[in-house]
Design a protein around this ligand. Structure first.
Ligand SMILES: NC(=O)c1ccc[n+]([C@@H]2O[C@H](COP(=O)([O-])OP(=O)(O)OC[C@H]3O[C@@H](n4cnc5c(N)ncnc54)[C@H](O)[C@@H]3O)[C@@H](O)[C@H]2O)c1
Length: 333
């Protein structure tokens, strides 16, 4: 019998790419999402690939998530559902702690009650805060500088306490995500997107003006340096983590990044090169709660999960071009 994977947040940007991959690998997928930030449309598209059930529900509502495990026999959970806008979290920290921490706790309790013993959790490099050294490995001190990062760190701290309840976990700390499905069928539909490459591509395609929101920081070209990882590479790491847990791997944490930093200016130049345009940069207020320079040491994931990112920055730009050509305004619903 095909195993069933529960993907929380599967109607969102990264989650929908994970749904696609697990369906392609022959798994049955159950998506749980409240559609507060996600969309039905990618799920309708992905239903053509394999057996996909969608349950609309909110993790903050215990009854919603308990129902999922009552109705479906779940083998493992991939937990993407969260709010993830740094600026919004600075303005409304309570919303972030309630949604991301209490919501996760309800999920873990429901798993415990139904003896579901494997979870992969989406964490973030925002749990590290200001970098003490580069590249950042998993042992780097964690001292978040915004409520979003703090909410993710709290969940990281809670998860090991469920070990005695038989729940093994893999925590994946993502760096900056970019790109879309190479086929162009699904992509990022956040409005407004906080993701640089997406915004630059939309600017280059004339969909909307490109706004330069980064603060002037102490880096060689004065713009923040980040580690970009393509969404299709990222979800492959989730599959590798699932197989690791399947083979009785012990609970662990991995950075997911390329191991190379690119400045905002370098990413913008890459987009300009692809489209053969010079982007007009509309100035916008600098984002709060941001830092100058961060990139990953991804060696642990490469060694233990046998995972390596494959797509180049140029390929990620190309996949976004395809995605926005078909969906200039993102999903309809
Ligand atoms: N996008 C990035 O650059 C990035 C970087 C690091 C970590 N992450 C993490 O990856 C995960 C996915 O991010 P994304 O970019 O796909 O975000 P997204 O907003 O596109 O997707 C999140 C999904 O979760 C759903 N959701 C939120 N709260 C929920 C709740 N209480 N109950 C049910 N569903 C809920 C939303 O409707 C949405 O579909 C998040 O956990 C995020 O923190 C993202």
């Amino acid at each position: 019998m095909q195993k069933k994977i529960l993907i929380t947040g599967g109607a969102g940007y990264i989650g929908s790419h994970a749904v696609k991959l697990f369906l392609e690998k022959g798994y049955r997928v159950v998506v749980f999402d409240n559609l507060s930030r996600g969309f039905k449309e990618p799920l309708n598209i992905l239903k053509k690939i394999g057996k996909l059930d969608f349950i609309k529900g909110d993790l903050r509502n215990k009854a919603d998530i308990e129902k999922v495990f009552r109705v479906h026999q779940i083998d493992a959970v991939i937990h993407f559902a969260a709010l993830c806008l740094v600026n919004e979290s600075m303005e409304n920290p309570g919303l972030y702690f309630e949604n991301n921490v209490v919501g996760s706790l309800n999920l873990f309790e429901a798993m415990k009650r139904r003896n579901v013993g494997k979870i992969i959790f989406s964490s973030t490099c925002a749990t590290y805060g200001e970098t003490k050294y580069l590249p950042v490995d998993e042992a780097h001190p964690q001292d978040p500088i915004n409520p979003y990062g703090a909410s993710k760190l709290l969940v990281e701290k809670i998860l090991p306490w469920y070990e005695s309840a038989g729940i093994r976990h893999v925590i994946l700390r993502y760096f900056n995500i970019c790109g879309a499905a190479m086929s162009g069928i699904i992509g990022d539909s956040k409005k407004p997107s906080q993701l640089l490459m997406q915004n630059a591509v939309r600017g280059a395609m004339g969909i909307e003006p490109f706004a330069f929101t980064c603060a002037k920081v102490k880096t060689p070209d004065g713009t923040p340096i980040r580690d970009y990882i393509d969404v299709e590479d990222l979800v492959e790491a989730h599959f590798a983590a699932y197989e690791y847990l399947e083979k009785n791997g012990k609970s662990d944490v991995f950075n997911l990044g390329n191991g190379k930093g690119y400045s905002v200016k370098e990413i913008v130049s890459e987009v300009e090169k692809n489209f053969g345009v010079k982007l007009k940069k509309k100035k916008a207020p600098a984002r709060k709660g941001e830092y100058a320079n961060i990139f990953a040491n991804p060696q642990k994931a490469q060694k233990v999960l046998k995972w390596r990112p494959k797509k180049s920055i140029a390929e990620s730009v190309e996949s976004l071009k395809k995605w926005y050509t078909g969906h200039p305004n993102g999903y309809k619903q």
